[in-house]
Ligand binder design. Structure first.
Ligand code: FES
Ligand code: FE2
Length: 454
């Protein structure tokens, strides 16, 4: 499967259906994507004090993330180095040590093995505990968001986010307070390949008016006009789409940040009061993004909607299933009433009983499971919408597409997916740094378009 050009065709913007189905492709993803990329673990707000911890996943691996006495964060594989038992079963808590309940080995907050029962009597003080720490994973933090990585050769988290930080800073720093996450997360199993929801969040403005027509009509307001995908709407004037070197991307709908929230006074007021400072710090192009609604994925498997403020991780469970974890994003310095209203509204629309999210379940699972049929599976999927109507932009980094209804961000996501799957290591990936966007061939798209406007 490695190096197979037919899995993802970056010239004609299509992918083999095998990428949603094939077990060998999935095993290669575990090794070359999930084993090498930075994966979302949590936010400082979920474990604010020394000793606070959460348990979570990096793909199929269970990990413990712990707030250290010195204020740093460490993570380690949640499996005992004796006979492999899972060390901690709690979702969260505060602990100075973690005790394996099989034979009672004791691990410190950093995963070091600090004590074992009957160490003198039965191990005769011969057990080298320093060799038996729980397996550590790299941890780095960006604006309070904590990521883990299983590859010592991976670039830093900041390099991995790369030029996408230009976008993230707009909201993760904003006017100064930034964003935090509210837990505990909702957790549910969905019978789909992990890439179906990831691509949906990274770049699918197209499905909104069709899949969610009923919910949009019910909510009313700014986005109600999208219901039915009517051809008379000037979509090119309503937003943009972005993709970047490491596959991160999003679409933005202008002036629509809180549009999905029915009860939104506090959140709208917060945005109105802080946008000028964002404009001062980051310029008018990013003030525009700050008050827009984003559908975003951070490669590979973390997605969020800024504005609606749902925040998701799609933990893979084999090629045909995921475990979805859903948090809420809120401004750190919003008042408590505003935070809890945002949480209610985000949950009402995009939680497990979400009025929009529950529309999407069959889209996710059927796009996966139709491929049970081998005649079906021997086919391709198309992501060509808007190809050529995109390119490098004089202000916005990465590649920018002309409308939030387009597949620019899909193309960027699958371009990097293919690059990671083809590359034997990070050195091979880094070798493409200067040529990654050559598949977006309309280099003059934005200069021509912006000249024409002037
Ligand atoms: S398996 Fe953990 S103490 Fe034995
Ligand atoms: Fe959707």
């Amino acid at each position: 499967m490695t190096g197979d050009p037919r899995l993802v065709d970056t010239i004609e913007s299509s992918q083999s259906r095998e990428i949603f189905w094939d077990k060998d492709v999935y095993d290669l993803e575990l090794e070359r994507i999930f084993g090498r990329a930075w994966l979302f673990l949590g936010h400082e707000s979920l474990l604010p004090k020394p000793g606070d911890f959460i348990t979570t996943y990096m793909a199929e691996d269970k990990v413990i993330l712990s707030h250290q006495p010195d204020g740093s964060f460490r993570a380690f594989i949640n499996s005992c180095t004796h006979r492999g038992n899972q060390i901690c079963h709690a979702d969260s808590g505060n602990a100075k040590a973690f005790v394996c309940n099989y034979h009672g080995w004791v691990y410190g907050q950093d995963g070091s093995l600090v004590d074992v029962p009957l160490e003198s009597r039965c191990y005769h003080d011969q057990l080298d505990k320093s060799r038996l720490a729980a397996k550590p994973v790299r941890v780095e933090t960006y604006k309070g968001f904590i990521f883990g990585c299983g590859d010592a050769d991976a670039p830093s988290l900041e390099e991995y986010l790369g030029e996408f930080r230009w976008y993230l800073d707009t909201i993760w720093e904003g006017a100064g307070g930034g964003l935090e996450l509210l837990g505990p997360p909702m957790k549910s199993i969905l019978a789909c390949n992990w890439k179906v929801p990831t691509e949906n969040f990274v770049g699918d403005g197209y499905h909104v008016g069709w899949t969610h027509a009923g919910a949009l009509a019910g909510i009313g307001g700014e986005l109600a006009g999208l219901a039915g995908n009517r051809a008379d709407i000037p979509f090119e004037d309503l937003g943009l789409q972005f993709t970047t070197r490491h596959g991160h991307g999003f679409g933005v709908i202008d002036n629509a940040a809180p549009a999905i929230h029915v009860k939104r006074e506090g959140w709208a007021k917060y945005l109105a009061e802080t946008r000028a400072e964002v404009g001062r710090k980051f310029g008018p192009e990013r003030e525009r993004l700050y008050v827009g609604h984003w559908n975003c994925s951070i490669f590979p498997s973390c997605s969020f909607l800024y504005g609606t403020n749902t925040f998701k991780v799609w933990h893979p469970r084999g090629p045909h299933e995921i475990e979805v974890w859903t948090y809420t994003m809120v401004p750190r310095d919003a008042d408590p009433e505003t935070k809890s209203t945002i949480q209610r509204e985000a949950t009402r629309s995009f939680g497990t009983a979400g009025t929009l999210e529950s529309d999407d379940g069959e889209n996710m699972s059927s796009a996966t499971h139709v491929n049970r049929g081998n005649i079906t599976r021997d086919g391709r999927m198309d992501s060509s919408m808007g190809a050529g109507f995109e390119g490098p932009h004089p202000v916005y980094p990465g590649i920018v597409g002309s409308s939030f209804i387009g597949e620019t961000s899909h193309r960027g996501f699958y371009r990097f997916w293919k690059e990671m799957l083809d590359a034997p290591d990070w050195t091979a990936v880094k070798a493409n740094d200067n040529t990654w966007d050559s598949v977006f061939t309309n280099r003059e798209y934005w200069t021509d378009k912006l000249d024409a406007v002037e």
